[in-house]
Design a protein. Structure first.
Length: 350
C-alpha cells in the first residue's frame, strides 16, 4: 500500500513577504497584481489569513480590497520570479526526503515515501519532520496530508490548513470516503459542486447510486470516472517523478558552526547519499552551504567522470572554499551531482 505525503505552502506569496519582512507578520498582507491602467487597478493574487478574516480574498478587485483594508492592510506588488526562486529552494529541501516527488505547482508537492517508510506511522512521523525542517530552515509554515493516494492526501492537506497535519490510513479510508462532501475533492470547484448538490449529490458516496449519464452531462466523462474511482477506493494515480538531472543530499548540522570536524564527516555522508541515488557517474559536483541567515552559497567543479573516492576530496575542497570566502556559520550543508554518465555497473569506475 502506498504512503503519500502532500505538502501545501500556506498562503505562499503572502507568507514569503512576511518571512522577508517580519514587521508585517501580524498585519493583513495582500499580494496584488496591478493592471497598470490606473494607480490602484488590478486584483488580489493572494492574502494571508488575517487579511482573509476581514474579507480580503484572492481574485477580489484591488479597489474593493483597499477599501476593506484601508490603513490596516499591507499591499505588495507580486514578485513571481522571487517566489519561484524561494519555492525552488524549499522544493529542493523536500526532495531530499524521497526519490519520488511530484511538484504540482509553485506551492504544492507530492511525495511517495513508500520506499522510505516501513509503516504508515513512519510516514506520519516523516511528514512531521518535513514540516519542522521547512519551518526551521526557511520560516515557512506548510500543511500536510498523508494517506494511501494523492487525492485523499491533498484533501487532508487542504483540511489541515493552516500549518497542520492530517492523516488517514488504510483502515480509516472507507469511513472517511463515506462522509466526504464532493466540494472538498480536488478538481471540483464551487460551480460544479453546486450543480452536483442541485442534482442531489452532496457526498462523494452519492455518485455511486446516481444516474451515470446524468452525472457525465454535469461532470464530463473523465471527471465522472475520477470521482467514481475515488469513491470506490480504486484511485491510484502515481506520483509523477520529475525528470531528474541532478541528485543530491542536504544535511542539517547539529548547530550553526564553522567547525570542520563537524562539517566534513557529514559532507562525506552527503556525498555517499547523492551517489547512492544516481544512475551513473557525475561530470559535475557542487558543495552547498546554507548559512545561518538562510542565504545559500555554492561552489562547483566540472571535469570528466567523477568517482566516489574523488568526490570526497573534491567536495571537501569546495566546502573549504566556501568557508574561506565567507565568515558566516553554516546551518545546513549539501552535495549535488549532475551531468550524469549512465552505466550498467558503477563498480568498473571505482
Amino acid at each position: 500500500m502506498p504512503f503519500i505525503i502532500f505538502i501545501d505552502f500556506d498562503y505562499f506569496y503572502a507568507q514569503v513577504e512576511e518571512i522577508m519582512d517580519p514587521s508585517i507578520k501580524d498585519k493583513p498582507v495582500v499580494v496584488c497584481v496591478y493592471s497598470g491602467r490606473t494607480e490602484n487597478s488590478g486584483a488580489v493574487a493572494t492574502s494571508n489569513y488575517i487579511a482573509r478574516s476581514i474579507g480580503i480574498k484572492s481574485g477580489m478587485p484591488l479597489p474593493q480590497a483597499m477599501n476593506i483594508g484601508k490603513d490596516k492592510a499591507v499591499f505588495i506588488p507580486i514578485r513571481k520570479d522571487f517566489y519561484k526562486e524561494f519555492s525552488d529552494r524549499v522544493m529542493n529541501t523536500i526532495s531530499t526526503y524521497s526519490d519520488k516527488m511530484e511538484i504540482a505547482s509553485i506551492d504544492e508537492a507530492y511525495l511517495d515515501v513508500t520506499g522510505e517508510c516501513s509503516t504508515f506511522q513512519d510516514a506520519v512521523k516523516l511528514g512531521e519532520e518535513i514540516k519542522e525542517e521547512i519551518f526551521k530552515e526557511y520560516g515557512m509554515k506548510v500543511s500536510a496530508g498523508i494517506s494511501i493516494n494523492k487525492a485523499i492526501a491533498k484533501i487532508l492537506g487542504d483540511m489541515a490548513k493552516p500549518d497542520g497535519l492530517k492523516y488517514i490510513d488504510e483502515s480509516m479510508v472507507e469511513e472517511f470516503l463515506n462522509t466526504l462532501e464532493v466540494k472538498k475533492i480536488p478538481g471540483i470547484g464551487s460551480i460544479l459542486s453546486k450543480k452536483l448538490n442541485d442534482a442531489g449529490i452532496k457526498y462523494l458516496k452519492d455518485i455511486l447510486g446516481a444516474n451515470r449519464q446524468a452525472m457525465i452531462e454535469i461532470l464530463g466523462n473523465a471527471r465522472y470516472n475520477y470521482l467514481v474511482e475515488i469513491a470506490e477506493n480504486r484511485y491510484n494515480s502515481p506520483v509523477e517523478e520529475r525528470i531528474r538531472k541532478n541528485y543530491g543530499r542536504y544535511i542539517t548540522l547539529p548547530e550553526n558552526t564553522r567547525d570542520t570536524n563537524i562539517i566534513m564527516p557529514l559532507l562525506r555522508k552527503a556525498v555517499d547519499s547523492a551517489f547512492s541515488k544516481a544512475p551513473g557517474l557525475p561530470g559535475e559536483i557542487s558543495a552547498i552551504g546554507i548559512m545561518e541567515d538562510l542565504n545559500i552559497v555554492s561552489r562547483s567543479y566540472t571535469g570528466g567522470r567523477i568517482s566516489l573516492e574523488s568526490a570526497y576530496g573534491i567536495a571537501t575542497g569546495l566546502m573549504g572554499k566556501i568557508l574561506e570566502a565567507d565568515s558566516r556559520k553554516l546551518r545546513r550543508i549539501g552535495v549535488r551531482i549532475g551531468k550524469m554518465s549512465s552505466n550498467e555497473s558503477l563498480d568498473n569506475f571505482f
